[in-house]
Design a protein around this ligand. Sequence first.
Ligand code: SME
Length: 160
Amino acid sequence: MGSNGISSQHQDVIEQVLDLNGSPETILQATVDLLHDNMTNWNWVGIYFLSGDHLVLGPYKGAETEHTKIQVGQGVCGSAVKENTNIIVDDVRERANYIACTPETRSEIVVLIRYQDQIVGQFDVDSDNVGNFSKEDEEFLVELADLVGPYCRVLAGKAV
Ligand code: SME
């Protein structure tokens, strides 16, 4: 673990993301795939784009979800935008205002993605394990959010 809380597992993924090439769509899909496949018990990984007053599902890996559009203020995802904050939910069963993706999901992390200080989207990650996400995972996703912010900005402009 480095002084900033980023582990070697985190660092490996960051290096793989830095090596990605292609269109914004390709890079963002590959980023969620890498997170899903490399991080422990990250069972559903997605990026939502902010479009006006709602979030639109972009690339994801995991079970198909019917929540492809979420109003700002609704659920954990919409609350993060409304409150302008990242959110870690240790046990989704104890969280009011939670929108279930799959019945197996037990914990969740949402980290906002910004471009030039404006929210353009968010990482949303679900785990089937209670308490799966740490402050270090949040720091790691904040670092990734800085890397993918420009790509999200391009695609958020097209999301409807
Ligand atoms: N759990 C989220 C909804 C998105 S799905 O989990 C993919 C929420 O409460 O906003």
